[in-house]
Ligand binder design. Structure first.
Ligand code: DGY
Length: 324
């Protein structure tokens, strides 16, 4: 008997080809390259053994009930899994997997570093300025930024992505790195890559603060008015983790009042909505949740999601099963 695998949006083909080749899989892929409407999701998951979801799908009790007793595994095409109700999945006896790996950590780390340098050198502003025909000749005080060399970078969260940023920055950028996390990071400490400190210490000391924590009840609005006030007036905030880690209203106020120098933001509190007030600010760089958007990484995420499903269907523990 073939087992139904429903994919909620077309993804790069590496994983889809693995699923297509599996004899016992009946593959159904939502046809359109857009977020599947809720009604359609509820209809299409019915009778599926596996759902390959993406981070914009809210996979809750209603979806699990709509799929029915056949649903055994939800393979999320993302490292983050805050779109899935894990408690409900556990109650339904459903395994949940994600797609962590060195490739995604590297892509997001690179994007984070790109944002740090783009902020410091005002790359996006300079691009807008040039395109607008405002460049009328070289000037000694035109679009002055700041060097990254000699500055302190504060990393909040040292999972694979935060550690990826530490590793890259340590090698050749001439910065001091400090970090904070729930526990100290043995490898970082052993190699003396970064100095551990508390969150308030980090906020006070860092010239660039970069967020790399998962979205959990305990990390929602980790950075709010109080924390932003602790940062230096000259400091920049970078977020490539999840939008709700920052209180977005508080960030806009801090930027408008010039309490901090700027921000590089890839993720938003209510995606895909980005407040106009944030979009209007000159001292921010906004990317549309594309930190992991490289061909290599998106193919490898596709492969990992499929491998999780196939391992499960073959009676094995999926390599990226999430503890529930
Ligand atoms: C993730 O994997 O969680 C990113 O946000 C998207 O790749």
């Amino acid at each position: 008997m073939k087992l139904r695998v429903f994919v909620t949006r077309p993804i790069p083909d590496a994983g889809l080809n693995l699923l297509r080749r599996a004899k016992h899989v009946l593959l159904d892929i939502y046809e359109h390259d857009k977020m599947i409407p809720r009604k359609e999701l509820l209809r299409r998951v019915k009778g599926s053994t596996a759902i390959l979801s993406i981070l914009t799908d809210k996979i809750d009790k209603q979806v699990m009930d709509a799929a029915g007793a056949s649903l055994k595994i939800i393979a999320n095409y993302a490292v983050g899994f805050d779109n899935i109700d894990l408690k409900e999945a556990a109650k339904h006896g459903i395994v949940v997997t994600n797609t962590p790996g060195p490739e995604i950590a590297e892509s997001v780390a690179e994007h984070t570093i790109a944002l740090i340098f783009a902020l410091a050198h005002r790359i996006a502003e300079a691009d807008r300025f040039t395109r607008a025909g405002k460049y009328h000749g070289w000037g000694p005080q035109m679009l002055l930024g700041t060097d990254v060399i000699g500055k302190t970078v504060g990393i909040i969260g040292t999972g694979s992505i935060g550690t990826g940023v530490v590793n890259r920055l340590y090698d050749g950028f001439g910065v001091k790195i400090i970090y904070t996390d729930l526990t100290r990071h043995p490898d970082i400490e052993k190699r003396d890559l970064a100095k551990y400190c508390t969150l308030p210490q980090l906020l006070k000391e860092a010239d660039f603060v970069s967020l790399h924590v998962p979205l959990l009840p305990s990390t929602r609005h980790l950075i709010g008015t109080k924390e932003l006030k602790m940062m230096k007036k000259t400091a920049y905030l970078v977020n490539t983790s999840r939008g709700p880690i920052i209180d977005e209203r508080a960030l806009i106020t801090a930027l408008e009042k010039k309490q901090i120098a700027g921000a590089g933001i890839d993720v938003y509190e209510h995606e895909p909505n980005i407040p106009l007030a944030l979009r209007k600010l000159p001292n921010v760089i906004l990317t549309p949740h594309t930190a992991s958007a490289t061909i290599e990484t998106r193919q490898s995420m596709s492969r990992r999601a499929a491998e999780n499903i196939l391992a499960f269907l073959n009676g094995k523990i999926p390599p990226n099963a999430i503890k529930q």
